[in-house]
Each structure stands twice: as C-alpha cells, then as structure tokens.
Design a protein around this ligand. Structure first.
Ligand SMILES: *Cc1c(COP(=O)(O)O)cnc(C)c1O
Length: 368
C-alpha cells in the first residue's frame, strides 16, 4: 500500500552534507584525500577536550544530565547571562528545529536570506510554515529587503552572521537599523556558528541586543572553532521565556555526557581558540590571494571558509577536484565554497585547482 507523505515534507530537498573522505576514496580507489567541505576545524579538537573525553567512557552506562547543568552554568558565566537563558542542543542545528516547531504554525512565515544555511528553510517547511526567501545583495544579507519582507504573518527571521555559504557579515549599525523595523513579537534568530572566527570590529554584539529585552535568539556551536563537530553539541542564548517554551519539546537527553564534558573543557581552552583563529586568518589570506590570482571572484570572509565564483560551471570543476582527492562544496551554478585548511591542505587545493584549469581545453584557441 502506498504511504501518504505530508506534502510540506514531500517538497523538502534533503540536506546534502559534504562527501565523507572514506566514501570518496572507496569510489575512486584513491588515498590521502583532503576534505575542505564542511567548515570543520582542521587543527582538530581542543586538546583539553580530548583529555577530558578519555575519562568519560566508564560512565557511559548512565544517562547524561538532561539539563546539562555544568555546561549551561559555565556558558552563563562566560556570557554574563543567567543559566535559565541557555539551552543546549544536539548541535545548534537541533535548536533551529526546536524553534520552528515551537513557534511556527501552518500559514506563518519565516524570513530567510538566500542563499544561506539550508537547514532554516527545511525546518520551517517541516513545521508546515512558509519560508520567505530574500536574495542576498552583493553576497550579503539585504536587511532592508528582509525588513520589507516582514508581514503580519511573519513570526521568525533568521540572520546567519557570518553567512554560510558566503562568509559575509552584517554590521552592528545595520542590525540596529533592521531591528527598529521588526515587530517586537517576531523572534529574530542570529546564527553565529562562526562567531569565534570573526575579527571585524563592527560585528554586532547580539547578546547586548538580547539584554535590551528583544526576542532574539543567539545560536553558537562547539562544531566549528572548538573542533567538536562529531560530538554534536551547540547552544542557544535567549530569554528565559523562550528557553522555557523550547524545553517543552526538547528531547530529555538531547546532548550526551561526553559532549557536555568535552564542550566545557573546550570553552575554557583559550589557547586552542586563539591558535585556530590565527591559523585561519593566515590560511584565508593565502587562499584569497591565490584564488584571485587564478582569476576567480572571491568574496571577503569573516569565517573559516571562502566563497568564490569560478565564472564557469562549478560542477565539472568540483568533480575534477574530487578526482585529485580534494573535496570542496559546489553550491550550484558557478560558485564553490572551500573551507580554510592547514597550510599543506590549502597548497594542495591550489595545486589541484591549477592542474585542473591547465588541463581544460582552451576554448579561445581556434582548432588546428
Ligand atoms: C555549521 C553550522 C551550524 C552548526 O551546526 P551544528 O549543528 O552546531 O554542528 C549552524 N549554523 C550554520 C550556519 C553553520 O554553518
């Protein structure tokens, strides 16, 4: 018997993650590939987190602390908020799902930039609400257009800052101006997954915005600079009221005990964060220059990845790089995203790219 799927769910394109290295190597029969596709920290997990993790194995027969008491309290102290304002998630991804599930109903709208992190529109559709997509302007969130897109049906706005996949950011002044035109009962979600990489001095202090009693949610994660993507742990900072609502539907043991303990250690590992940030700036500078020298349009980035326009179909380029054992992201059309790797990985990517470009048939030349 044919099963019936909810049409809102049937309309969703499944999230396609970066290709795992093992899969690529199995398919092509190659070894020694590098993955620059998922914005992970190439320097690995915080050493302090690793040290703590080893000791967590012997208590794995116990359920985790569902409320994540120690980590929530540490985060509250770190960010000068109350523990009641902090919610932990199985990755910050999970919190996006909790937000859409808790606050959206059929007929409601959520305003989202396009292209941006695809999870927003998936979760909005899964909550049977309507994603309202507002095109980026010069690779950045067009906050003026997003403000105009807010209607009486809008319940939520997502601002991915820095934006994935373009790496651009919106400034404190732009955010203040935007918030003046957002009705107070609309929830504004700032997804700051790359927060720790940002060095721009005019980047907004969204926790201060939260303190001014706006309905904002600030999402951060241990998956990026802290190097714990495989453990699945992230958090949201918002009002106690919003956390209270999310807790009604949060799975009781959504974050596991090794993740909670490792995240706590990583949070206190300033050295790992600083070294990762510094290495990222150097690698980003290197890749930016090399990609521009190859004739690509490269978008300035505050994150640990670069978005570039190859000005030709990106799919054959992506496939050719794969055959060289280099995994990046093709984002449709002529654009690709590459995660900043370690120096030798960045060099390898550039070498592969150069080799691919030099092997292409040169269309300008007339046939012999
Ligand atoms: C990587 C990323 C996340 C984090 O996902 P986790 O579920 O915490 O691993 C969230 N938002 C954006 C925009 C990201 O790029």
């Amino acid at each position: 018997m044919a099963i019936r799927i909810n049409p809102n769910i049937a309309g969703i394109t499944p999230y396609s993650p970066g290709k795992p290295i093992e899969e690529l190597e199995r398919e092509l029969g190659i070894t020694g590939s590098i993955k620059l596709a998922s914005n992970e920290n190439p320097r690995g997990p915080s050493p302090r987190a690793l040290a703590v993790l080893a000791g967590t194995a012997s208590s794995l027969h116990r359920y985790p602390d569902g409320g994540g008491h120690a980590l929530r309290h540490a985060l509250a102290e770190h960010w000068k908020v109350t523990p009641e304002q902090v919610i932990l998630g199985n990755g910050s991804d999970e919190i996006i799902g909790l937000l859409t599930k808790a606050f959206l109903q059929p007929g409601d709208e959520a305003v989202i930039a396009d292209p941006s992190f695809v999870v927003y529109k998936i979760d909005v559709a899964a909550a049977h609400a309507t994603p309202v997509l507002v095109p980026l302007k010069e690779y950045r969130h067009d906050l003026a257009a997003m403000a105009k897109a807010i209607s009486s049906k809008t319940r939520m706005v997502f601002i991915c800052n820095p934006n994935n996949p373009t790496g651009t950011y919106v400034t404190a002044a732009e955010v203040s101006a935007f918030l003046r035109s957002v009705p107070p009962d609309v929830i504004v979600v700032f997804d700051e997954a790359y927060y720790e990489y940002v060095t721009a001095t005019d980047y907004p202090d969204t926790l201060a915005v939260l303190a001014s009693s706006r309905n904002v949610v600030v999402l951060r994660t241990f998956s990026k600079i802290y190097g714990l993507a495989g453990l699945r742990i992230g958090y949201g900072v918002t009002t106690g009221e919003i956390v209270g609502h999310l807790n009604r539907i949060r799975p009781p043991f959504n974050t596991n005990s090794p993740a909670q303990k490792a995240a706590l250690a990583a949070l206190e590992d300033e050295k790992h964060v600083q070294e990762s940030r510094r290495g990222n700036i150097e690698g980003r500078h290197f890749l930016m220059e090399r990609l521009r020298a190859l004739g690509f349009t490269v978008v300035p980035s505050e994150a640990n990845f670069l978005y570039f326009d190859a000005r030709k179909d990106g799919k054959p380029l992506f496939d050719a790089l794969l055959r060289h054992g280099v995994i990046v992201r093709h984002l449709g059309g002529t654009c690709l995203r590459v995660t900043i790797g370690l120096p030798h990985e960045n060099q390898r990517f550039i070498d592969a790219l150069q080799s691919v470009l030099s092997q292409e048939p040169c269309k300008e030349k007339s046939p012999p």
